[in-house]
Design a protein around this ligand. Structure first.
Ligand code: ZN
Length: 157
């Protein structure tokens, strides 16, 4: 992964970065103190939807910023989409959203990668070529594709 400044990225990425930073500041991380924000750009839409990590005292109920953003995107896009009346009608080939890219922001010297669980969840609504753009608060960016981080996703159900 090559790290670079923000000048390399287009307006959508920078808008997503700004929203991911908002998510970072809204993170609920009283146990780890490790805050993360994420924003997903939805393909064929102007929507960029962000989320933050939300920890829980049970730890297992904690959700990462990336999955929070994906879940919010599903809810919000469905409200605006007349073509798919009910989530229960989806099958494995009919995806309500396709993620164009995701931006992940954490306060680390080297940008933080999504965890394995989030990669598998990103895979549900992305392709292997989907860009995962990681950044820190100093606007140091890196870009990898989903298939670089998750070359063999679970798909056998
Ligand atoms: Zn995660």
């Amino acid at each position: 992964m090559i790290l670079s400044s923000q000048t390399f990225y287009n307006n959508d990425v920078m808008k997503a970065y700004d929203l991911a930073v908002v998510g970072f500041h809204r993170a609920y991380a009283p146990y780890s103190k490790f805050r993360v924000g994420a924003a997903v750009k939805i393909k064929n839409s102007t929507e960029i939807i962000f989320g933050c990590n939300v920890e829980n005292i049970s730890l297992g109920a904690t959700i990462c910023a990336e999955r929070n953003a994906i879940n919010q995107a599903l809810v919000r896009i469905n409200v605006d989409t007349k073509a798919v009346p009910s989530g229960s009608l989806y099958d494995s080939k009919m995806k309500p959203i396709e993620i164009e890219f995701v931006v992940v922001v954490a306060d680390t010297e080297t940008p933080t990668m999504p965890c394995g669980m989030c990669l598998q969840c990103l895979n549900e609504f992305s392709t292997g070529k989907t860009n995962i753009i990681v950044a820190n608060l100093e606007k140091i960016f890196g870009t990898v594709t989903l298939e670089q981080l998750l070359p063999a996703p679970y798909i056998n159900i």
